[in-house]
Design a protein around this ligand. Sequence first.
Ligand code: DX5
Ligand code: ZN
Length: 219
Amino acid sequence: MALIAPSLLSADFTQLGRECREVLDAGASMLHFDVMDGHFVPNISVGVPVLASLAKKTPAVYDVHLMISHPLAYARQFIEAGADYLVFHYEAEDDPAAVLQRIQELGAKPGMAIKPATPAEALKPYLSSLSMALVMAVEPGFGGQAFQPGALEKIAWLKKYREEAGLSYLIEVDGGIDPATARAVLEAGADVLVAGSAVFLSRDRAEAIRALQAESQKA
Ligand code: DX5
Ligand code: ZN
């Protein structure tokens, strides 16, 4: 069954702990924590202090998605704050190999993300070091956008390459995921579904998570 990672970007930030416990009780496998710096993406979200207080009170697997220009400078703070997976963008300004090495030294699981215009093959030199490969199905920066089907062939390529190379990274897809788009990404080979608005903007979060999981049983 697919792993569901609700994106906290669409949660009620005044009730963050409660919102997280609700989705965890409903079967979410991890919490997707979106960090935006107003430079790499034209939006600002939350950062280290929010992750630290959340992780202290709400034990969970934290999947931290850094949409920031300089992940190297901030890796340590996010890992000390509780990031389990620390995912940075291929398109960020730092040398990916240096960021990967830093994350590994600090004991977190490294992940790399690609924007819609970046081919999956760009990740090839790094895949043997990755715990997570994140395919963005929207331009990073905002929740609630429409799924871009160009993500599908990247997911399929990452799955095929993982088999051929004998690797074990998880394939995660982020952006526009709901029960209607989930089937195709699962059939293409995604392991982790990030869903923000489809979970937190629905009246019944448990039902929303079940609906996504149901698609993975059909795929
Ligand atoms: C967008 C973020 C996503 C976003 C997904 O830049 O990385 O995680 O919250 O939101 P939905 O599921 O609403 O597309
Ligand atoms: Zn994200």
